[in-house]
Design a protein around this ligand. Structure first.
Ligand SMILES: C[S@@+](CC[C@H](N)C(=O)[O-])C[C@H]1O[C@@H](n2cnc3c(N)ncnc32)[C@H](O)[C@@H]1O
Length: 202
């Protein structure tokens, strides 16, 4: 129980997952484009059903998605098509077993809010280890509750999200990044509700 904390919520609510996925799809496309034009080797940590990894691979990046939920990975594997450099592995984001500096970038999409704080920190530290010094970590998640967009989304999200969601949006990544020795290089939002944060080692 020290490494898996999603407890399969979305696995147990596939209709909700698909429903949310419909609205999130344009956000994922936008996020994938924000990775830049250079073709990168990317690890998508806590990939779930691989929707984010899939959008990255469509931008011609070389992508591996990892997750601890085999049911999620089964769904993810259906997104593998011959033209894409895309694969999925069963692995723990806190201890991936990849060598140091294996990737140009790591992405963590809509997962940090779902994972307890201490595990989130371990995932960020592991991401730092397996990403090159010149690389970056890209986090897509709920924004803090400062604007009208985030407050509207919060009205709904608090009804279905895990107990980690509320402390996450109140912290707004700041103590996560401080604890993991990361700093923000760039931040943008979608209607103030979803944040796209590019971070690097301090
Ligand atoms: C809300 S889902 C997000 C999925 C996906 N990234 C997306 O954008 O839709 C969170 C995922 O985190 C995974 N997870 C939780 N703890 C993990 C860990 N220690 N290592 C890898 N995956 C983990 C869960 O199995 C779940 O699939």
């Amino acid at each position: 129980m020290s490494k898996y904390f999603n407890q399969g919520w979305f696995g147990r609510h596939p209709i909700m997952y698909d429903f949310a996925g419909f609205f999130i799809s344009p956000i994922r496309k936008f996020a994938a484009k924000k990775m830049g034009l250079e073709k990168l080797k990317i690890i998508d940590i806590a990939t779930g059903t691989g929707a984010h990894a899939y959008q990255l691979a469509k931008q011609k990046h070389n992508v591996i998605g990892i997750d601890l939920d085999k049911k999620m990975l089964e769904k993810a594997s259906k997104k593998i098509i011959p033209d894409l450099k895309l694969k999925f592995n069963y692995a723990d984001g806190t201890n991936t077993n990849f060598p140091d500096s294996e990737f140009d970038a790591a992405t963590i999409s809509f997962a940090m809010h779902d994972i307890p704080y201490d595990i989130g920190i371990k995932i960020l530290n592991e991401a730092k280890r397996i990403v090159k010094n010149t690389g970056f970590i890209f986090i897509v998640d709920y924004n803090n509750l400062s604007g009208i967009g985030s407050k509207i989304l919060h009205f709904f999200a608090r009804l279905y999200e895990s107990p980690n969601y509320e402390p996450f949006v109140r912290d707004n990544l700041s103590s996560y990044l401080k604890n993991a020795g990361l700093e923000i290089e760039d931040k943008s939002t979608f209607l103030g509700a979803v944040q796209f944060v590019k971070v690097r080692s301090m």
